[in-house]
Design a binder for this molecule. Structure first.
Ligand SMILES: [Fe+2]
Ligand SMILES: [Fe+2]
Length: 147
């Protein structure tokens, strides 16, 4: 397994959680449950991806800019999550904010998959791609234990 495949798997988890959440309504158990899952997914993915994808990429001049851009988007996503946490789930504003977060995350994942993976494919060696996949997985396990 290469790093791209493991990242893509977790991206798909985020996409399906966002799709499920967009169909929920009001302050319900289901919405709470899936929102918690989404927060855990986003947080552990960002930590592991920054350590085992962006950080090694930054060693290459041709990938510094995109790495910075990707990490900046993680922060924007964090802020949107915070806005949602501070919004009453029973108010219609919650779904509006969720849709903003959904668009942002979908844009970010598409950019990573369509643009960053291409650059990383050239910059990283085949051995790096395997090793980073293992390290990413280990980091995710550690992160999940915290939640
Ligand atoms: Fe990311
Ligand atoms: Fe990602």
């Amino acid at each position: 397994m290469k790093i791209f495949e493991v990242l893509r798997e977790d991206h798909d988890k985020q996409r399906s959680l966002l799709n499920i959440l967009a169909e929920t309504s009001g302050d319900t158990e289901v919405r709470r449950e899936y929102f918690q899952q989404l927060k855990d997914e986003l947080e552990s993915h960002a930590v592991a991806e920054e350590r085992h994808f962006y950080s090694p990429l930054m060693k290459s001049d041709s990938a510094i800019e995109l790495s910075r851009h990707g990490i900046a988007e993680h922060h924007e996503i964090d802020e949107l999550v915070e806005t949602l946490e501070n919004t009453d789930m029973s108010s219609p504003a919650w779904l509006t904010h969720l849709k903003t977060l959904k668009e942002k995350v979908e844009h970010h994942l598409a950019e990573e998959e369509k643009e960053f993976f291409q650059v990383a494919g050239k910059v990283l060696s085949e051995a790096d791609k395997d090793e980073l996949a293992r390290e990413y997985r280990k980091e995710i396990e550690k992160e999940k234990e915290k939640h």
